[in-house]
Design a protein around this ligand. Sequence first.
Ligand SMILES: C[S@@+](CC[C@H](N)C(=O)[O-])C[C@H]1O[C@@H](n2cnc3c(N)ncnc32)[C@H](O)[C@@H]1O
Length: 178
Amino acid sequence: MIDFALIFLSSFLLVGVVIFIHGFPAMIAVGPIPTSKKGIDRAVALADIQSGEKFYELGCSEGRVLVRTVEKYDCFGVGYELVFPYFLLAKLRAKLSKKSKNIDVRCQNFFKADFSEADVIFCFLTPGLMQKLGKYFQEQKLKKDVRIISYAFKIRNLEPEKVIKHSKGNWNIYLYRL
Ligand SMILES: C[S@@+](CC[C@H](N)C(=O)[O-])C[C@H]1O[C@@H](n2cnc3c(N)ncnc32)[C@H](O)[C@@H]1O
């Protein structure tokens, strides 16, 4: 019993240390702020997702937005996450979801990904990454009418179709249609 408790505790500590070590640089780079449930719901509602559509999340962290969206809209979800411990947590969250078959989490740099199947793309990243992504989107072969939601930061040189104020924070949520 004590052995089991020790193994459990040390595994727990080990996972915590790994997440901290791997996650810390990314947190500095993109900010640790997780989206609130209300924030997620308001942001995702902008895209008016239909059942069966494909929702891509770039930088899905531990998969909260991805899994919540797939469950709520009965759509398909693809999440990209570079930080391995976050990817594992997202994978676990997806596995435990009642819609697990509709969710695909990839440990991959989204700048090397193909978005040609996406109907909706969701991002909560830094202003710098959003700029880079703006260019990347324009180089990609995207679906006509793909909706892009950017939580908090605008994409320079692109005109948003809709902008709403975040209910709590002093920032906006942007909807683009390319
Ligand atoms: C601010 S968090 C957003 C988390 C989640 N989307 C949310 O709204 O709660 C940004 C995430 O993007 C990931 N990320 C940053 N650059 C990436 C890249 N090039 N490819 C894949 N993931 C990336 C980071 O590791 C981090 O987990």
